[in-house]
Design a protein around this ligand. Sequence first.
Ligand SMILES: C[S@@+](CC[C@H](N)C(=O)[O-])C[C@H]1O[C@@H](n2cnc3c(N)ncnc32)[C@H](O)[C@@H]1O
Ligand code: SF4
Ligand code: SF4
Length: 375
Amino acid sequence: MNKLNLLFGRKPLDFIPRFGKSFSVVRSMVLGLTRASPRLPILLQINATSKCNFNCPMCLRQQLRGPAIKSATEMSFKFFKNLVDEIKPLHVALDGLGEPLMFNELPKFIELCRDRGIITSLHSNMLLMSGDKLKSFLKCVPNILTFSFHGATPESFWSVTQTDSFNVCVENFENLLYNIDRRKTQLRIKCALQTKNLQDYGKMFECVKKWGLLGNCFITPVYDYGSKNGVLPTPLDKKRVLGSLEEEIANCDEANKKEFLVKWRNALLNLKSVKEIQETGPCFLPWVSTSVSFQGDVFPCCHLLERGKEYVMGNINNSKFSDIWNGPKYSEFRERLTDNRNGLEACKACTTVDWAMLKNYGFLAFGQSRWKQQK
Ligand SMILES: C[S@@+](CC[C@H](N)C(=O)[O-])C[C@H]1O[C@@H](n2cnc3c(N)ncnc32)[C@H](O)[C@@H]1O
Ligand code: SF4
Ligand code: SF4
């Protein structure tokens, strides 16, 4: 439903410009040209605030210092509106290096997107989803809302978030579930698999089943930002949990539980350290989306937010977005990604890889793609 909305819009007359933009973006991405679509990206990711009420060890925030995470500055509505009016994205993702519910202007940002027929999405830890915040949130809801639920017991939740707010977050989420119109908002659960929650599969399954969200539950291997934060399990821990999981999968006669356990096992198998990942395949994000911080810096994707000057493509306070999008730095970044992903430290260690998209849409390049095809 969301993919169709994205392409067609909500009104019949939205279809033609949306289709034109999507086609142009998809063609530029499969061609892998250094210049991306002149129609600008489909997805705009914004880092509106750097404030957060959690302290998760796996989060990129742990690696960063200074204004990137300590600033009291937030993205202004005027800045956001100008950006949206220039880029005309089809989807805005309102999360970055902070907790979106700590951002007071969030409802205004969502409302602006809603008025322009733009899909919105965000992740939240749910700690603040109560009282007046909940009331104003319910008046202007995003199209996709993900509860970042990384621990299914108070103990594992504490280890992952460094807060003892398990009961509050669960209660807030259940209250939201009860009050939100599920036809307007798709609810999702995200759990990043890591040392402290490896064994939570049974309890996690019970929670997600109770919430009716088994079909919208994403178990992903934690992304290792390379710090010594203990989020990656030792090979022995991994082996031990894999052993008990395999046994439970073999003995499970409840189809949806089995499916859930298999998802957990697959994520566990893909849990790798930054040194083990040497990804060389295609990544389409720098053709499809862009990520903008409250300081106005433009990054190719949210993984690269504040990861160093090499990944800053330009600043909105000094140039128009369209000049940055197809300017020399973005073009050089795309060229390096297509020809030599290994030379980009952060991209080499990233698990995003778009072979499936290339397989589905590669025909639009009419044999001219710069991406090397998978053998
Ligand atoms: C950076 S957060 C921002 C939104 C919000 N603060 C939250 O946690 O939901 C976006 C999503 O990335 C997840 N995340 C953070 N660090 C991660 C990592 N190293 N690997 C995988 N997911 C991660 C968060 O838990 C959340 O689901
Ligand atoms: S709640 Fe989100 S932004 Fe805050 S530390 Fe955890 S993952 Fe990072
Ligand atoms: S490879 Fe990863 S880090 Fe690099 S642009 Fe793609 S998603 Fe971002």
